[in-house]
Design a protein around this ligand. Structure first.
Ligand SMILES: Cc1cc2nc3c(=O)[nH]c(=O)nc-3n(C[C@H](O)[C@H](O)[C@H](O)COP(=O)(O)OP(=O)(O)OC[C@H]3O[C@@H](n4cnc5c(N)ncnc54)[C@H](O)[C@@H]3O)c2cc1C
Length: 402
């Protein structure tokens, strides 16, 4: 089936992959003010629960400053911007999603204090961003239940602006919203594409736009992608009263304990350069569980609900990338920052599509709710997508064949 674009009709957009990016883009492209502009079709090889996606496994920490100890300034800036955008995006969904912005607490046991100092040194602070050094009393003021442990924390840091959300509530709420908006969703359907031609169920269909959000599944078209293994444990711990995510300094990787609703905690995550998809190893399980028990003895009687391993889709520089090639866009390389960056990445994708379409029409100003500079395009622009103006964020949007 070949459907050439007619300007008076909505653009037909195929979204490949209904993990985090795919679902968010489907919802963003069908928001009220765009409903007449895009006709979205979603494809995923999985069912609507998305158990095989990285999105399903994640802890969904929204910690731009804490992540900056390892990640670039660009990721930190996009993360900060995304944190501001999340509440507004969640408002548009059909079911509530747990979202919290009460800061992160960073702790170290005495013997690991050097890691805490090193972590603090590596934070890419800007604009007098506040990082509070905490002593025992200040730690216990923030999290009173830590006062009753057999071992006290003498040193910590508080990063007040950080947040988290519940990834599984988000995925369900996105699925419900997609259903209510009658967006066509081909479940259990593996897809490939050549440019804007989508191949599925032994047929091929041309769309006005194809957005490839298949995470690691896009390896067929991007050989630079690699998986980075992460192991996560979910527990129910009614005896643990922590009100915000806690990161514990650890010689191999910082371990976080993220409290969700109803005394559910996500404990994660290992970061291993391997595409091993087996279930978690005993070593990782011991590290994660002993770490959380060393923070709070209430974990002793916790029920282990799940131990899982998955792969984060990463590019060689561990940075996300939006690659535009004609009418096809690939959004990938979200690595360990998918939730942290998703709202900004969605905005940037929408901007790429709208700029290109606007270039076909008379003058129009693009609005950008992230508060980023508006872009003026005029009909004098060529209609080729390579004419899209420079991206808002350095090196995020790349044009193939330029
Ligand atoms: C252990 C772990 C912990 C994490 N913790 C955090 C965190 O705390 N904070 C944070 O910001 N990020 C975190 N992340 C990262 C985050 O989960 C990812 O960056 C994000 O999910 C990537 O989104 P995506 O949409 O690109 O890929 P995915 O969410 O993996 O979705 C890809 C989708 O494409 C589908 N697909 C693949 N191939 C095909 C095909 N051929 N045809 C049809 N469909 C296909 C898959 O079924 C899947 O549904 C974590 C990840 C892991 C693994």
């Amino acid at each position: 089936m070949d459907t050439p674009k007619n300007d008076s009709k909505p653009s037909r957009v195929a979204i490949l992959g209904a993990g985090l990016m795919g679902r968010m883009l489907a919802v963003a492209l069908t928001q009220k003010n765009l409903a007449d502009e895009y006709n979205v079709v979603l494809f995923d090889q999985d069912n609507e629960h998305g158990h095989d996606s990285a999105a399903y496994l994640a802890a969904a920490m929204l910690a731009p400053l804490a992540e900056s100890a390892e990640a670039s300034k660009n990721i930190m800036r996009m993360g900060e911007q995304s944190l501001n955008l999340w509440p507004e995006f969640l408002e548009t969904l059909e079911a509530p999603v747990f979202f919290q912005q009460q800061g992160s607490l960073i702790l170290s046991h005495d013997q690991d204090r050097a890691y805490l100092l090193d972590f603090q040194r590596r934070l890419k602070r800007h604009n007098n961003q506040s990082v509070k050094a905490l002593n025992k009393d200040a730690i216990e003021q923030l999290e009173p239940s830590l006062a009753n442990q057999s071992k006290y924390f003498m040193n910590g840091l508080f990063l007040p602006n950080e947040g988290q959300l519940d990834n599984r509530e988000l995925l369900s709420s996105l699925a419900l919203t997609i259903k209510k908006r009658n967006i066509a969703w081909f479940r259990n359907t593996a897809v490939e594409h050549h440019g804007n031609e989508v191949i599925f169920n032994n047929q091929s269909t041309k769309f006005d736009w194809v957005i490839d959000c298949r995470g690691l599944g896009a390896k067929t078209v991007n050989a630079n992608l690699r998986g980075v293994r992460g192991e996560v444990i979910r527990v129910h711990a009614p005896e643990v009263d922590l009100s915000r995510p806690v990161r514990l300094m650890h010689p191999r990787y910082p371990i976080y304990i993220a409290p969700k609703r109803n005394y559910h905690f996500v404990i994660g995550a290992t970061q291993i350069e391997s595409e091993d998809r087996r279930q978690p190893t005993i070593r990782s399980a011991l590290e994660l569980l002993s770490s959380c028990y060393s923070v709070h003895k209430g974990f002793a009687e916790a029920e282990i609900l799940e131990m899982k391993a998955g792969l984060r889709p990463a590019l060689p520089d561990n940075e996300p990338k939006i690659t535009v090639d004609g009418q096809s866009i690939q959004v990938n390389g979200l690595f360990r920052h998918g939730y942290l960056l998703a709202p900004v990445l969605v905005e940037q994708c929408l901007a790429v599509i709208q700029q290109t379409q606007t270039a076909l029409k008379p003058k129009k100003t693009l609005k950008n709710s992230a508060g980023l500079p508006n872009i003026q395009l005029s009909s004098s622009h060529e209609t080729d997508s390579n004419c899209v103006p420079p991206p808002f964020f350095e090196q995020l949007v790349e044009h193939a064949h330029v």
